[in-house]
Design a protein around this ligand. Structure first.
Ligand SMILES: *[C@@H]1O[C@H](CO)[C@@H](O)[C@H](O)[C@H]1NC(C)=O
Length: 219
């Protein structure tokens, strides 16, 4: 009896795991596409598919990447995403794009994409770019890019870009996820809601509480 029970639990677990895989993996797709039903339920890892008969060309399209982003902000940069939220047809396909605009001297501050490697090309201006390898080396791998140059930011690693040219700069990025996610280091560490306890950050960064409080107030 006990054996049968465990066997049944085991087989239903495997069945569940398998159905989760077919729902979420772009590999071995069972259909041409799974255009995201952005308002659909149930909530799964990704989005449920729209009825294929209702799918339109516009589900696979986005018309905004020629429009410069508004860089009038503290960082002097703006990301215009073309992710699954903008292009429902990307659902389950594991890719997306973005345009990044940089004012003169603007930065895209240190951040990481938890779910995607990024490949970026400069289409206007000059960018200093870099990423930092994981512990314990924490080596900065950086380079100055000019128009037409391409650079890769490996999945999960903290990276940044800075416009070092005399005019505005523009880059186009491609990412290996329909929904890459962005964790901006300063916002995550100093701008969490609620705050990470000030003492924790003071000890982590080896500074006085007042320095941490200043940063927490900014983010
Ligand atoms: C750009 O953003 C700034 C700050 O939010 C705003 O004041 C300005 O009107 C925006 N410019 C355009 C062209 O939308």
């Amino acid at each position: 009896m006990a054996y049968d029970h465990h066997y049944a639990v085991f087989t239903s677990f495997i069945a569940l795991a398998l159905s989760a895989c077919t729902l979420t993996l772009a590999m071995d797709a069972l259909q041409d596409f799974c255009v995201a039903d952005l308002k659909g339920s149930p909530t799964i890892n990704g989005f449920a598919c729209k009825d294929p008969k209702t799918v339109q060309a516009s589900d696979f399209s986005f018309g905004g990447l020629h429009i410069p982003g508004n860089t009038s902000n503290a960082f002097g940069s703006k990301v215009t995403p073309a992710f699954v939220t903008q292009i429902p047809g990307l659902n389950t396909f594991g890719i997306s794009m973005a345009r990044v605009d940089y004012a003169r001297g603007g930065i895209n501050p240190p951040h990481t994409h938890p779910r995607a490697t990024e490949i970026l090309t400069v289409i206007k201006g000059t960018l200093e770019v870099g990423f930092v390898t994981s512990n314990p080396e924490n080596r900065l791998v950086s380079k100055v890019l000019r128009k037409g140059d391409v650079f890769v930011f490996p999945i999960g690693l903290v990276h940044f870009q800075r416009n070092t040219g005399h005019r505005n700069a523009v880059a186009i990025a491609a990412l290996s996820s329909q929904n890459p996610g962005v964790i901006t280091v300063a916002n995550a560490v100093f701008g969490s809601k609620p705050d990470i306890p000030t003492d924790v950050l003071a000890k982590a960064f080896q500074v006085d509480r007042s320095v941490v409080q200043k940063l927490q107030a900014k983010f």
